[in-house]
Design a protein. Sequence first.
Length: 265
Amino acid sequence: MKNYILGSSEKEFKRLSLQSQIFEQESLQTLRLAGIKPGMRCADVGCGTGDVTFMMAKLVGRKGSVIGIDRNSDVIELCNKKAKKERLANIKFLVGDIYDNELRRESFDLVFSRFLFQHLEEPKRAIREMMKLVIPNGTVVAEENDQDTWLIYPPSSAFEKLRHAYVDLLRLANCDELIARKIYSLFLECGLDASVGAYSICIPMRGPFKKMGILVAESLEPRILKAKLMAEKEFLQMMDELEAYARRKGGLALYATTFRVWGKK
């Protein structure tokens, strides 16, 4: 996925792992609402560090199976090593993306993606590709952040600057920062019998999660500077302010509203 603006550095892998911890319970709820159950054959498209893929493997059990795909070969190698270390026979990872992969058509009961659609130029085509993978009456599931619904309190100019840079980079990549709110309509347009819900995660400025904004900025740094959205001095000043805010007693971030959409073929 050439439009993935957060890159593929070790810092980004760390950010993805922290993000998975933050969203673990809500993603579990999404999968349950979508009807995941033991024995199912599932796929996780754009699996990243594989945290949701491993969650799905536990939910489907030994009689089920899960395949995770991601275009980043380094992260796929890490995921396969983890699966081998944990001796999980019902899970494997392959290099590929939502448009170009080795997954068999109509071979899955459920196909899932999380935080993928904001990085796609052709979201409707992606939904149709996911539909091709599921069996008749199979389920397509997507979770996505709406980038216009962040809330920081007390207000922080550094967080606002970071959010604007993130949105600008998505637009430069021909992606839609508001795609989350549109996925339900797209599911319906593609012929899925769809349901929708939404949630938001509150992150107080204490514990490990308070570093999330800093990790986002670190992952975005190369592209922010290359696109000249900030000069290096301005970026470093923003980082200092983010670090200071992370130590601020009483500060909190209400994560961008996440839409959960699921629909049967």
